[in-house]
Design a protein around this ligand. Sequence first.
Ligand SMILES: [Fe+2]
Ligand SMILES: [Fe+2]
Length: 220
Amino acid sequence: MDNDEVYRILKNLLAEPRLGKLYSTLKTQYQGLRISHNWEHIMRVTLNAVVLGTEEGADLSLIIPAALLHDIGFITNPTEPKKHNEYGAAACLSYLTEWNESEQKKISDIILKHKGKYPGYTAYEPSSLEEKVLCDADQIDKFGWIGLLQVIKVYAEYGSLGYKNFDTLRGLAEGIEEAAHIELYTEAAKKRAEALREPSYHEVSKAVLAELSFYEGWQD
Ligand SMILES: [Fe+2]
Ligand SMILES: [Fe+2]
């Protein structure tokens, strides 16, 4: 898919008044927020979702509102980032008053399951195609050079909140290694990941840890 086609599909979807309104509301709400899961991230995931959802033949009318809202839990409960999917699945409902109950439930479930699985976490695995597409669209933001910057930005933020040892360079390098083992669900995402296989997070992590060994050898 070329870029213009992706933009055109999203423009068409946002022409629906309730979705256009949701987009504007959230864009305004995200303004000025100094968090890694900011509007830039939301839009990368939303555009990824258009690509993957179209290629997979999934229902974009459910995926796109979910993409726009998927990280709202970081805003509603900023001190518990690890549970942002659970908080977001509840908080999304107040934005979706123009969607019917069945749509609300499906969008909420997509948000609940958007974290997928990674080493040490398997709760709320996506099952429907729409759940898998959004999960993958979010994970694709952890691939390639942009992904590397985003992973570092997110983990550094978590480090400042006291998570793991992400306040150290070793912790960040270990986090980068973890990101090398993300599992994707859809064929469209696997194809995208293949195009984003540089840089190798495993090699980056290994190289950082090798450089660090000199400094970590110091004993006082
Ligand atoms: Fe998230
Ligand atoms: Fe996200």
